[in-house]
Design a protein around this ligand. Structure first.
Ligand code: KG4
Ligand code: ZN
Length: 338
């Protein structure tokens, strides 16, 4: 089954064609990052307009890359939530029009389910059940993937997402948007012991996390150094910050593996590209004899292929939308009725 998959929830317009949820035939992406960099973050109106400009051309490109015609496409899938509402709407309307014009089913896909499904593309043998650490620009959670479309959330950040914090700290350190990857690179040159940053334990659910205190502590440290004219050791601050994020995430994943008995853990989302988190999770899981699944970096960030992968399983589960499909800025991954 060939699925044409559309993703437009933030600052990448993407159209992919994925076969049977596992094989990427083409994965076309038009990134807007350079434009938003001028403003230090995503400007929603600009994002929507650029999606409109790019989306038809990308779909044509996806077809011509594969040599497939419209008749060879069996369904159209689209990220319908969560994301910047104007941006998601562009993808949803394009996908509705394409599905209607081709007379093919329309499959709505939750963006975070798509991130998890990037693992199915990277690991053809991976099947649920498994645990997944989701770390993106907008979400941080530990998900129990009981089946392809049946999930529960063990814990989540109660405030900022990990990616948001990476980007904010990087921005204050003068790194271009989105700063997560640059901060990661800088961290490799530093001494993580030099600056002590907090690891918080919020609330009663031991799987829940909080990053706003860590973000504030890092920003205060930077501003204080500026005020007293002290030169900061930026690589060491980046190393200390990355260590604190990883120390917030990885022990909770270990606890989840121990308490649930799962022996498979995946990572997903843009921040899953972080070298410190990848290193720590691999080391910790190996100690427990658990198998770790980490998509290659290009499948960690937003892309259309991951939407096409999840769409296949949504289709098999009967999750098909009609022309009344709407876009949603926020929606739970748990998949309540549309
Ligand atoms: O999943 P994603 O592409 O978009 C959302 O769905 O939010 O995640 C983007 C986030 C950004 O915050 C970006 O800075 C972060 O992923 N990111 C990283 C790294 N690469 C991307 N954060 C830390 N270390 C990295 N290597
Ligand atoms: Zn994403």
């Amino acid at each position: 089954m060939n699925i044409l998959a559309v993703e437009s929830s933030c600052d990448e317009t993407a159209v992919a064609i994925v076969r049977d949820g596992r094989e990427v035939l083409t994965d076309c992406i038009a990134s807007q990052v350079d434009l938003h960099r001028l403003y230090g973050g995503v400007v929603p109106e600009i994002a929507s307009r650029k999606h409109i400009e790019a989306i038809s051309g990308l779909a044509d490109q996806a077809l011509s890359n594969t040599g497939l015609g419209r008749k060879d496409i069996d369904a159209v899938a689209v990220t319908y939530a969560p994301g910047l509402i104007g941006a998601v709407l562009v993808g949803v309307n394009f996908a509705k029009a394409a599905a209607f014009a081709m007379g093919k089913p329309l499959i709505p896909v939750h963006h975070i389910r798509g991130h998890i499904a990037a693992n199915y593309l990277a690991y053809p043998d991976l099947e649920p059940p498994f645990l997944c650490l989701v770390v993106s620009g907008g979400h941080t959670m530990i998900v129990e993937v009981k089946d392809y479309t049946d999930m529960s959330i063990l814990g989540t950040s109660l405030d900022d997402a990990a990616g948001e914090c990476f980007d904010k700290v990087a921005r204050v350190l003068g790194m271009p948007y989105p700063g997560g990857a640059a901060l990661d690179k800088m961290a490799k040159l530093g001494d993580e012991q030099k600056y002590t940053l907090p690891r918080s334990k919020p609330g009663e659910n031991p799987y829940n996390m909080s990053f706003s205190g860590l973000k504030t502590a890092a920003l205060n440290l930077i501003h204080h150094a500026e005020q007293i004219g002290e030169e900061l050791d930026i690589p060491s601050l980046c190393a200390g910050f990355s260590a604190a994020v990883s120390d917030t995430l990885v022990p909770r994943v270990v606890m989840a593996l121990e308490q649930t008995g799962y022996r498979k853990v995946a990572v997903a989302g843009g921040v899953a590209a972080n070298s410190r988190i990848r290193h720590d999770i691999l080391e910790a899981a190996q100690k427990l004899g658990a198998q770790v699944y980490m998509p290659p970096l290009k499948l960690c960030g937003d892309n259309g292929a991951m939407i096409g992968a999840q769409a296949y399983y949504e289709y098999l589960a009967g999750n098909i939308a009609d022309m009344s499909l709407n876009a949603y800025a926020t929606k739970s991954i748990l998949g309540e009725a549309l």
